[in-house]
Structure formats: C-alpha cells, structure tokens
Design a protein around this ligand. Structure first.
Ligand SMILES: [Zn+2]
Length: 225
C-alpha cells in the first residue's frame, strides 16, 4: 500500500513528492521483505541532486502466511510514551471495528528499523519475544558495568544462532558499531519457555513486559529515570 508524501531532500533541500509504503504484505510480495532487509524499502532518490536516502515512516509489516503483524512507529526515545499511547488507541479502534467472531490479531510494536528486522527474524524462528527480552534483561543486569543499557543495545542475531545456542550481539548506540557477541544456551531457553508456561510464572513475564512495546533495554531505562 503506497501513498504520495511531500519529502525534502536532506542533501540539497529540494521539495519533492515521493511514493512510500504505509504497509507491506510480504506473503503476497516477498520482494518487499527483501527490500526491507536490504535497507532499500522507502528509499528515495532526489531528482535534483541524485542523493539516495531512506525515509523512516510508520509501516505495517504483514505476513499473513506466518500470522505476523508488526507496526514500526519510528521515533526518538523521548516520544516512546506518546507513541505507545497513540498505538494503543489505534489498535483498540481497530479491534472495536472487527466483527465479534474475529479474534483481534496480535500487533507487535517496534520503534526502529533495527528492532523491526530483529523482531521479524525472531518470530520467523518461532521464538517468544518476551522470553528473548527476559534473557537480555538478565544479560544487562549481570553485566551492568560493561553493558550499560543507556549506551548499549543487545540484539538477537538469528543468522548466527543454531540448535545449540542463541546468539546476541552488543551494539554501541553512539557509534552504531557491533562490539561483541553473547551466546545463550538453547536448552536454557527451552527451560525458560517451559517455566513461563506455568500459569503463575506466565503472569510474572507479562507483568515484566506488559507490552505493547516489549524491550528489556527500555524497561531498565524506565527504572533508572
Ligand atoms: Zn537533493
């Protein structure tokens, strides 16, 4: 689903109109998933100076075949709270408009392209986003000196994960550089999934990460602010 938007070139300042995606259905158009992964989705080339740039805008990622819906709501950390509220309002309006016999779909919320890509891989791998964020939470709290959530992000890395271990990378948020790798035993992950499957424990996990934005880093930052 594309719409035309007025855009200003960040290089030469020229005003122009650009066609950008508001939503993509990657079951119908798998090439759009590739474009997102290759960082070319919603890329614009300025007709005046030739500069190519990516426009970060709200985007609904929809993969009906896998039953995935993820909403990317780009924003600075300072606007997360407002964006969460706006997202919840839109979702409840959407759910209210559904006929009674429809179960409201789960729509994941992310605030950056990196989080969107991470979430797609995580869900495609059949992993539970709350358990993954719980693991990150443990990684942060056990290494607070080295892993300051203010300065470092921990990202799940699907490509390097295998049957033995889940792989995470540490990213410095100032430099955007990847600085190290952390592994988490896959059996220990399965153990956590089984543990949180018990009713009483499930509520602990949901209390920790009620949503709609599920992020260990954000949780830790909220606790210190
Ligand atoms: Zn330009």
């Amino acid at each position: 689903m594309k719409q035309t938007y007025p855009i200003q070139c960040p290089q030469c300042g020229a005003e122009q109109e650009a066609e950008l995606y508001d939503a993509i259905n990657v079951t119908e158009a798998p090439l759009l998933r590739e474009a997102l992964m290759n960082n070319t989705l919603n890329q614009v080339e300025c007709p005046h100076c030739g500069f190519a740039f990516r426009v970060d805008k709200r985007l609904l990622y929809h993969d009906p075949e896998r039953g995935l819906m993820i909403y990317w709501f780009p924003g600075q950390e300072s606007s997360y709270q407002t964006n969460k509220t706006e997202f919840l309002t839109a979702i409840s309006a959407l759910n209210a408009a559904l006929p009674d016999e429809f179960d409201p779909p789960t729509v994941h919320l992310v605030f950056s392209r990196v989080e969107l890509v991470e979430r797609i891989f995580l869900l495609e791998a059949g992993l539970d986003e709350r358990v993954i964020e719980y693991i990150k939470h443990m990684m942060y709290t056990r290494n607070l000196e080295k892993l300051d959530p203010q300065a470092k992000a921990i990202l799940f890395n699907a490509q390097d994960s295998n049957e033995r271990a889940l792989c995470f990378v540490i990213q410095d948020l100032d430099t955007q550089q990847l600085e190290g790798v952390l592994e988490f035993d896959r059996e220990a992950y399965e153990g956590l999934v089984a543990m949180f499957d018990e009713d009483e424990k499930t509520s602990t996990l949901w209390d920790l990460f009620p949503g709609p934005y599920i992020s260990a880093r954000s949780l830790l930052l909220e606790a210190t602010s």
